[in-house]
Structure formats: structure tokens, C-alpha cells
Design a protein around this ligand. Structure first.
Ligand SMILES: [Mg+2]
Ligand SMILES: [Zn+2]
Length: 187
């Protein structure tokens, strides 16, 4: 008998942050005060983890490169978010973020899949096959597909305008919000 991997790739759900878990802002989410989670998304994350799924986040945070906030402020937001999820009876297993700007030439800014590979490494997953990437922007879906995850679109945040442009694959499932995705997945 070989040891089991600590996580099953079939049970990994990667979430975008802004517009999926919390209210997005065109002026960036720059402080803990501006970080306003959707209550339904916190509850959905808890339900997914209680059902045995591993939930992680992959988020572009170019506001760091732009000087709008710093990594310590981001850590505060993420500690707060993790605590909210834990208080709801769930768990966020990992949060990967890209601090770079669009012209920095990094490999982690979505639509590139670098953040997803960071999560794969930190969670010790041999494969991402069967994993989900849930986002509100086309670049989330593209990053997920590039890494071999199944993409799902939510209509919160920028999701309605993403849906209106229809630049994603026809078979991409679309949900009103993360709670609706969880309802569907948990059947
Ligand atoms: Mg987003
Ligand atoms: Zn990056």
C-alpha cells in the first residue's frame, strides 16, 4: 500500500476572489474595510468543504504592483476571510495571489495558469484533472482551462458582462453565484 495523497484532485475547487467571494470594485479592494464578502459565498465555501471538497483561491492582485495597497494589507484581508469561512464551519486550504502588474511579464497573472500550478504544488496534487476553477471573468476561465481544470462562470462581480460577451466555451456552466454552483455540485 502506498500512502494516499493528502488531497484528491477530483475534490479541488479553485475560486477567484473578487466578484466571486466578495464584492468587486473597479477602484480595487484596497483595505480590510473595502473587503466585503458575500454572505452566501462564505456559506457555500463552508458547505463545499463540509462535503469533502478542498477549496482554494487564485486571485490577481495587481493593486500591489500599482501601489494601492501592500502585501500585509492583503494578508489581513485573507486572514479575515479564512476566519469567516472557519466560523461558518468550513476551510480555505490555500490562497495564491499574483501581486504583479499586467506589464511585469510574470507567469502567475491570470489568464496564465501559474497561480493554479502554485496551488497544485502547495496542496501536493499529482494532477488537476477533475478540479474546478470558478470565476467571474474570462481570464479566470482561461487560466482554469490552461491548467486542465473545468471552468465555471458565476454572474456575480463582472460575471454578467462576461456572460454577455460569450467568449468562453459553449459548455461552460454558468451560475447566478457561488451558492448556486455549490447547490448544483452538491446536487
Ligand atoms: Mg473576479
Ligand atoms: Zn504574477
Amino acid at each position: 500500500m502506498t500512502a494516499k495523497a493528502p488531497y484528491s484532485a477530483d475534490h479541488l475547487i479553485i475560486l477567484d476572489r473578487d466578484g466571486v467571494i466578495n464584492r468587486d470594485s473597479d477602484a480595487y479592494v484596497k483595505s480590510l474595510a473595502e473587503f466585503i464578502p458575500y454572505p452566501g459565498a462564505i456559506a457555500a465555501t463552508a458547505r463545499l468543504t463540509q462535503a469533502g471538497y478542498t477549496v482554494a483561491i487564485a486571485t490577481n492582485q495587481s493593486g500591489i504592483a500599482r501601489g494601492y495597497f501592500d502585501a500585509d494589507t492583503l494578508k489581513q484581508m485573507h486572514a479575515h476571510l479564512s476566519a469567516l469561512v472557519e466560523n461558518a464551519g468550513g476551510k480555505l486550504s490555500s490562497i495564491a495571489y499574483c501581486p504583479h502588474g499586467p506589464d511585469d511579464g510574470c507567469d502567475c497573472r491570470k489568464p496564465l495558469p501559474g497561480l493554479i500550478y502554485q496551488l497544485q504544488r502547495s496542496l501536493g496534487l499529482p494532477t488537476l484533472t477533475g478540479s474546478w476553477m470558478v470565476g467571474d471573468s474570462l481570464r479566470d476561465l482561461q487560466a482554469g482551462e490552461a491548467a486542465g481544470c473545468r471552468p465555471a462562470l458565476v454572474r456575480t462581480g463582472k460575471g454578467k458582462s462576461t456572460e454577455a460577451r460569450r467568449q468562453y466555451a459553449d459548455d461552460t456552466p454558468v451560475f447566478d453565484d457561488l451558492a448556486a454552483f455549490a447547490d448544483w455540485l452538491l446536487g
